[in-house]
Design a protein around this ligand. Structure first.
Ligand SMILES: O=C(O)[C@H](O)[C@@H](O)[C@H](O)[C@H](O)COP(=O)(O)O
Length: 245
């Protein structure tokens, strides 16, 4: 696990534009080195702003979109197309506007999927998808970039303080009774987050100052889950000024 580096930006707009530019170079570098690249998306306002900034950036054409795998760090367990799903936001902001290979876009299951409204079966299904894409002996791919929003309560993905998913050692867990609606969710667990080469924590606004502080301090992830978000090669906290004061 790597120690975090903080990069502070004037405001959310500059943060989103810079993260989008960083995504371009990181994906292009990965495709050059390994033939393809993989990213893990997050929901939330900042994560979606990054995707919109990427869609608007001329440099996006440097990415070979057909050789990119797209995964999600967590999902609200709702029907396909529900505006509250992270998948829906990501498609609207970016994926509908670039020539991704639909077979390489891996949304977490929805309640109208093959497992119906059973979040445990849906979590197991996503874990099987990840295992199929992972190298020999691994349960999840070595994601090139995994982005995470952070909540005022210091949650990342759908790993909320004090909840059982924090200590689940399966790659993917279901979450019931989440403190933030909707209550039922699916999330990557810490071992999966930490398989990523680069973890980027995105935080904007004064309500994120305390979680950013806790995340950088590296305290107990069961109280401040953001403190457990670390990449194998790099951990970046991409924040704006308000989130550092
Ligand atoms: O599933 C959710 O409820 C959200 O996706 C949530 O996890 C979000 O990512 C963070 O709360 C950061 O949100 P902002 O970027 O909007 O501050």
């Amino acid at each position: 696990m790597t120690s975090p580096t903080v990069l502070t930006h004037r405001d959310q707009e500059v943060l989103a534009a810079t993260a989008a530019a960083r995504l371009v170079t990181t994906i292009v570098d990965a495709q050059s080195a390994r033939g393809s690249a993989s990213v893990v998306l997050t929901g939330g306002g900042v994560g979606t702003a990054v995707l919109a900034a990427l869609a608007a950036a001329p440099a996006r054409d440097a990415i070979d979109w057909a050789r990119l795998d797209v995964w999600w760090g967590d999902e609200r367990f709702l029907p396909t197309g529900d505006p509250e799903r992270n998948e829906t936001g990501a498609r609207e902001a970016l994926l509908d506007h670039v020539p991704v290979d639909p077979a390489r876009v891996h949304p977490m299951p929805a309640t109208d999927g093959p497992d119906g409204d059973d979040p445990d079966a849906a979590a197991d299904r996503y874990a099987a998808d990840l295992r199929a894409a992972a190298g020999p002996g691994a349960s999840v791919p070595r994601f090139d970039v995994l982005m995470l929003g952070v909540g005022p309560d210091a949650h990342v993905a759908s790993l909320f303080p004090g909840m059982p998913a924090l200590t689940d050692d399966r790659p993917v867990a279901s979450v019931r009774d989440a403190p933030k609606p909707p209550p039922t969710r699916i999330t990557l667990t810490f071992p999966s987050l930490r398989a990523a080469r680069e973890v980027w924590v995105l935080a904007s606004g004064a309500s994120k100052a305390e979680p950013v502080r806790l995340g950088l301090a590296g305290g107990d992830p069961s109280r401040a889950p953001v403190a457990g978000a670390r990449g194998t090669e790099r951990t970046l906290f991409l924040v704006d000024l308000a989130a550092t004061t």
